[in-house]
Design a protein around this ligand. Sequence first.
Ligand SMILES: Nc1ncnc2c1ncn2[C@@H]1O[C@H](COP(=O)(O)OP(=O)(O)OP(=O)(O)O)[C@@H](O)[C@H]1O
Length: 239
Amino acid sequence: MPDAAIRLTDVTVRFDEKRLAFDCAIPAGAAGAVAGPSGAGKSTLFNVIAGFQKPTSGSVTLLGEDMAGRDPAERPVSIIFQDNNLFAHLTIADNVALGIHPGLKLDVAQRQSVFAALSRVGLGGYERRLPGSLSGGERQRVALARALVRRRPILLLDEPFAALDPAMRADMARLLSELRAETKSTMLFITHQPDDIRRLAEQVMFLEAGVILLDEPARDFLSRREPPAVAKFLGHTTI
Ligand SMILES: Nc1ncnc2c1ncn2[C@@H]1O[C@H](COP(=O)(O)OP(=O)(O)OP(=O)(O)O)[C@@H](O)[C@H]1O
């Protein structure tokens, strides 16, 4: 059996009195949703995978390699944060180029890949604009273009749909689904909306109080009536 793209084994993270514990295996090429109430540990899970949060114990294996001691830049991961981390004073093209070189020293082929990535996310012609002149959905797509030029096999998206209206959410889900098929990447995204899971996820990890309560196929998850936190998430109860 091929190894999982993402494997967390006996991972714990301790914050003062709080203890989070993660065990999971995400198959290569999968699209997984990460859901759960506020404070459940979703962002911490991403930070552990990406290398921004060092586990207190346990191991993180990505594409079969142990990530102990590896900085975020050395991991096969791109992460798109909720606020998309664009630099207001840099053009859209330069914001994307940062994904290739932090000093913006790009050769011709790399410049072309920036233009191609912007075109792929529907932002051809936006290269010289500044982030402040774009809508929330457009800024998200710039962040996606920056992830594309990095060509990392694992893509983590922290609430990629949060700032989008319903039509834009559907468009973004379609784009992510196409990009996953094209790049064969493994994708995890955090969401608070069952509709995003219906559109994009094959697998769902549901977190509660610092642990992965459920890890199962999206179809099984979406038909659940319990436990209560999941029923609430799916809109089956009002508690
Ligand atoms: N650096 C930190 N120091 C102390 N506690 C932290 C730190 N980072 C996270 N926590 C705590 O760990 C728990 C999980 O936080 P996390 O941000 O991972 O949750 P989340 O599920 O992403 O929440 P939300 O949906 O609100 O973004 C929370 O109780 C949070 O207060």
